[in-house]
Design a protein around this ligand. Sequence first.
Ligand code: PLP
Length: 293
Amino acid sequence: MTSTVVVLDAERPEGALVDPAVPLVHIDDQGLTRGDGVFETLRAVDGQVRKFPAHHRRLTSSARLAQLPVPDAERCLRAVELALAHAGPGGRGELGAEHSVRITISRGTPEGGPWSWVTVNPVPESTFRQRREGVDVVLLPRGHDPALDAGYPWLLPGAKTLSYAVNMAAQRHARTLGADDAVFTAEDRRVLEGATSSVVCARVRGDRRELVTPEPSRGVLPGTTQAAIFTAARADGWELGYGPLYPADLLAADGVWLVSSVRLAVPVRRLDAQPLPVNPQLTRLVTGWVAGA
Ligand code: PLP
């Protein structure tokens, strides 16, 4: 069960702790019935939320696209801190006590209107295992090129909406194929993003060290983890590339990771059953860049 919940709504504009065991969501809440809402998932370590400004910026941009109100950064942060202050023990990995924090804005009921809530849960052991052991990934066609959505605001391009049924179905499909996760590709086989992550790969050729990710402007979610990794890598003298990436580029890379806020950098061991080089030293470096952000 969710460990802690803070609700921000008309009656509790500053955010109030509520009992997660009592009913909170109305049966005709449009977040529930239509997936009409937006959200962010953040990581907290030893009670401190990470990369909050980047997440609040993306939440604001998702909410604007969906024409939803968003609590301002201060109010949002206070709600997150309140939830974290009352959370149970975090998941115990190598980096401290870790919690997963989720901020959701739902369209709400037709009568009540939009509302927001924050939940906090311990990071599960399965996440720590993925960080340690890596994942097997299959490439799945996205069906249409999301770059084509870019000019149409009603398609909510780049928004992190509650409509994740397709992403969850892709992960289930990956599991039926014996893999752990899915990476979407466009019609021309260009690599887009993971079902719930960004894709980053490293190329090391002598002194030339480069990190590459698919173009964030081409209809993939602009990842806060990928951005934090790239900022730290640049400061460390790495070159940065923004796609296009094809499966052959991933197979030829010196390391490929699925990166996201709670998972951090999970090495990809196999891509469509073909082995990829896994370099624990590189994974530590990339993880260190984002764990410190
Ligand atoms: N792409 C998708 C589809 C995602 O769902 C996520 C995270 O949930 C990401 C990328 C990575 O985003 P972030 O690094 O901001 O967590």
